[in-house]
Every structure is written in structure tokens, then in C-alpha cells.
Design a protein around this ligand. Sequence first.
Ligand code: WT7
Length: 656
Amino acid sequence: MNPQIDNLLHETRKFPPSEDFSSNAVATAALYDEAKADRLEFWAKQARELLTWETPFTRTLDWSNPPFAKWFDDGTLNVAYNCLDRHVEAGNGDRVAFHWEGEPGDSRTLTYAELTAEVKRAANVLAGLGIGQGDRVAIYLPMIPEAVISMLAVARLGAVHSVIFGGFSADSIRSRVDDARAKLVITADGGWRKGKVSALKPAVDAALEARGELGPQETVTNVLVVKRGENEVEWTDRDLWWHEEMAKAEPEHEAQAFEAENPLFILYTSGTTGKPKGILHTSGGYLTQCAFTHKVVFDLKPESDVYWCTADVGWITGHSYVVYGPLANGATQVLYEGTPDTPHPGRWWELIEKYKVTTFYTAPTAIRSFMKLGRKIPKQFDLSSIRLLGSVGEPINPEAWMWYRKVIGAKAAPIVDTWWQTETGAMMISALPGVTETKPGSAQVPIPGIAIDVVDDDGTHVGTGNGGLLVVTEPWPSMLRGIWGDPERYRETYWDKFGDKYFAGDGARLDHDNDIWLLGRVDDVMNVSGHRLSTAEIESALVAHPFTAEAAVVGATDETTGQAVVAFVIIKESMLEESAAVEDIAAVLRAHVGEQIGPIARPRDVFVVNELPKTRSGKIMRRLLRDVAEGRDVGDTTTLADTTVMQIITGQVTAK
Ligand code: WT7
């Protein structure tokens, strides 16, 4: 269908697992055969083996009312019990659950026994505030142990959490609390970010203000406030200090079992329209797939591994791979409050050295930021404990992949590039370490038991070597169960396009090994003179040039070609001198892209900038760059991590 996508990175480098790794690997090739022989039985087996059920299920999947799935629906379990008590009962209470590190350098270790005790108390606090099965609790906290404790306490009561990322504004909190009709908000006075306390409670106060309309002030009866920042906060009648309530609470709490389909959480994510979607996840299927993927993709050896996923619990990665997957598996983790470069740019590597992290899971955007700073920084630390690396969130370009392998993984640690979404709940595409020969830049193969295809617009399989749309062709255990309060939008967004297939919204290509390459959101695919071009593909080409540290590409409206490629690039610190000597950097980079992909992909404009506009989760906001590229006033910048970035970029572009 699309000749340009064919030109994506003809990657020939492959890295087979070492014999040593393979012979001790948790994953085996047999998993694929088992799943293929009987997909449903495969998942039923995982659910039975990885989780403890109060009432065993007899039905695996009910798909009688698509696209509304039910998994293991006649079974009952308690999610928090599965993440906590059972590890203590099995004699692992002394195992560290979290090595927590605050940004200013304070730290706290929580064993499974201690974490269980905290969650029991917190569950009693919440129950005392009237929280029971099905009630919604909003959580707006920094990355402190209380964030995890709150989530698990809510889960323990069969209630539903809605975690709101600590960087969101009062208006975002308001719309989320309101949409979910939450009864309780858990927040903190403040948290540490970039060397100082950043207040959180004022945003909650503002969100809950009465504004002469029906709003969250009608439903929220209490705000529970953790003391972390020690900053002054205003106090109202509905506010309660977390530490005071915890001190008063009973220590014992027996977990009650709930149905497998009992809602576990809502997590809001942006769609193509303005209103965020409340993605709904439930209990048994979600926990099964989180635990399974965490175990096999991260080759988990719970007795000896120290696992660190750098995601904030405000995002799905934090839900599935900080809280639910790792804790269900009894893993030991690092939890870090702050930013990677505070108080110095080697902070992450220092933490890896300090806690002897074996398994490290982060995002390409972070990897590229470190690349930009140079290998000298990580080289100052002992990273020899690392044995496995993971990537998530966006396509990882081969250059960043190779840097990650060489500089962080000592050319030995396998890298797993994991594709999934808020909606999928858990990983869907990834190599299995010890089994798969890895390939820089490709997420590669579906997880055993997951049915993925790449299809054209009519839903027909595209075949080897071709590009198209990524779909999931069979229901999976951790799939979203819907959009909170809007079943129609669920159907429309994900199912109407193909009817019987889940439309992920991503472009993808199958290479000649049938490995899957993700090409970015289809809304980021441009059409230039009738040719489809992927932003990811061009960005990857730009980043492959020695001058480039980071690149973002957008399709800007163009009179002659429909859309034109416009690129924004950041030059590597170490290349500033050399690139300054070049008369026309833009021309050099345009020619480079032309060479890498083909003349059609050559950017019309290349702007050299110092920063790119990113959301707090590190996603580049191409919409804003498109505004600049098309000479419009820049739109809403409130979700940017740093709202001043756009002024700078606009200034740099118009100065040209
Ligand atoms: C979108 C989902 C999955 C948790 C973090 C993001 C992109 C995610 C990859 C990957 C290429 C990826 C996709 C997807 N994405 N992982 N390994 N390779 N693209 O969750 O905010 O729901 O975003 O992130 O475009 O659709 P999210």
C-alpha cells in the first residue's frame, strides 16, 4: 500500500541471546507453542498459576457481547491480597518490596510485610471514610510510597482508583474527579521536583472549588493529605492528615474477595478529541497479563533481581509495571521521587549503582536525553549489575537502541522494546529475553497468547515487507473494558473501523522476518504528494546523523504537495562547534534524510532549536510544532512540562 514505509530502516543488526542468558531464562520458546495450541487455555493456566483465587473460575472468556469482554468472570480474588499478604504468608515478608529514594536524598525501605501492614491500615482509614466496593477515589500524589499504598488500599476494598499525574493542573483534576464522581481525593502537601518542593494541594483545592455549577465539590466528601513537602497548605473542613488517620486506624484488615470483573481503576488518556477518555480496567484478567508479562519479559528472578521502572504511577506504565505486575510477582523494586537530573545529571545511574539494579525499564525520550549529554556521565558509575533493559512509550530509533545497549547494557544485556497502550493494560508486543534474537528499533513479536496483525484500510493482512495499521484480532485478558461512562465512544474509537478487530491507532510495518516495526500514531503519518510518510521514520533518519541529538517531525499543510515534512532538531552538545562550521545545517540534514529514506522524505524545512515541546510524560507535542510550522498562533500549551518552550521555539523559527 505504501512504498515509503518500505524504506524504513533496513536494519540488519541482530543480537542473539547469550547461551548463558538463554539457559537460565524464565521464558522459553515453548510458551509460543502452548499459546498457539490453545490460546484460552494458555491464559487460564497463567491466571491459575500466577494468581491466588478465592473462588476458582470455570469460565475463561465471555465474548458473547463484543466488544465488551469478560475474563475469568465466575472467579473471585482480591488484587491487593495477591500483591501483598500472600507473599508474607509464603514466608517472603522480609523481602524488600521498595527501595524508595526521595529527590533530596532521603530514603525508605519497605519490605513486603511492612507494605502489607501499611496497606491494611490505609484500607481501614478509607473504609472509615465511607469508601467501599465500586466507589471512586482520586489519587494525586508525588512518587512516594503512599502513592502505591493508596492504590493498593483502594483495590483492597474493591473500590476504583483514578490516579491523576502529579503534574496535571487544577482543571484536569476537576474534570477527572467530576467525570468519575469520586468520593475521596488523596493528595500531599507537596513533593520534591528539580531541587525544590512543588505544592500539590493548592491544585486540589482549586479543583474542588464550588463554581456555581454541579462539580466535584458535590461528590468529594474528604481530602486525605500526606505530609511530604512540609510546605504551608490551606486547610478546610473536609481535609484530613494521612499520618493522623493512619495512627488512629486499626492495624488488621482482612481482604475480601471480589469478582474478577470488579473494576480496579480508571486512567484518563488523551484521544484525538479534546476530552480525555477514562480507560476502565478490571481485576482478574488485568492482573494476570501484568504478572505474566512482567515475569517473562523481564526474566524475573524475584529472589535476586532489583527491578526499576522509571515511570510515574500517574501513567499506565506505573500502574502495570510499578504496582500490579511486579508486586503480584513479589519483585524487589526501586522507586524514585524526583527528576533524572537532580541534583546532578547522573542521578539515575547513581541509583542503579546504589541499589544494584538488575532490570531497568525506561522510555526512549529519556535515553535520547542522556545520549545528548554524552556517555561520560553514565561511565562515572558502576552499572555492572544490569542484566536486562526495557524500552516503552514510543518507537526507539536504532541509534538510541545501540547507545542503550553499549553504554548502559555493556553490550551484553538484552533489550526488550515493549509496545502497548493505556488501553491494552499490559504489554502486547515484545521480544522474550533469552528466546528472541533482538533487533534495534523493532518491537518485534506478539507476546504469547496475543493476536496481532498489520492490515490495510479494509482489514486485509498486508503481508511481509509491507506497512499498514496495527490491530489486535482476539480479545486479551488485560484489555480495557470500556470508557468510563461512555460505551458508545469505546465502540466508535476502537471497534467501528474494522468491526471485529481492535484498532490501536498505530501504523506498523512487517519486515522480512515478519518482525513488527511501530511507525507512530497514524495521526502522525503524513501524506506528501500522495505518499504516506511516517514521522517516526524521518525522525529516526535525522537522529542517525552525527549532528542530531533529538528530532521531531510534523506534516505541515503545503499548497503543492498536500503536506510537507517539517523537522525540528536539537544539535548534540558535543557537535555544536563542528556543526557551527557548516554553512547550512538544514541543507545537510535535508540531504541526509533524502539519502536515508528517499527524496520524497526530505524535509521542506529544518529548524534547529534548543528544546522540543514535551508533555510531562515525555511525549513530543507535535500539534504545537505543526502550529509553528504552519505559521499559526500556538494552541493550548497547558499540558507541556515546560510551558515556556513554545515561546523559545517560535522565536528561534521566526528569527530564521
Ligand atoms: C502509544 C500508547 C505503553 C505505555 C506507555 C504509553 C506508543 C508505546 C511503544 C513502543 C512504539 C510505542 C504507541 C501507542 N508506544 N510503546 N514500544 N514502540 N510505540 O502509553 O500513553 O497509552 O500511549 O504509545 O503509539 O499507541 P500510552
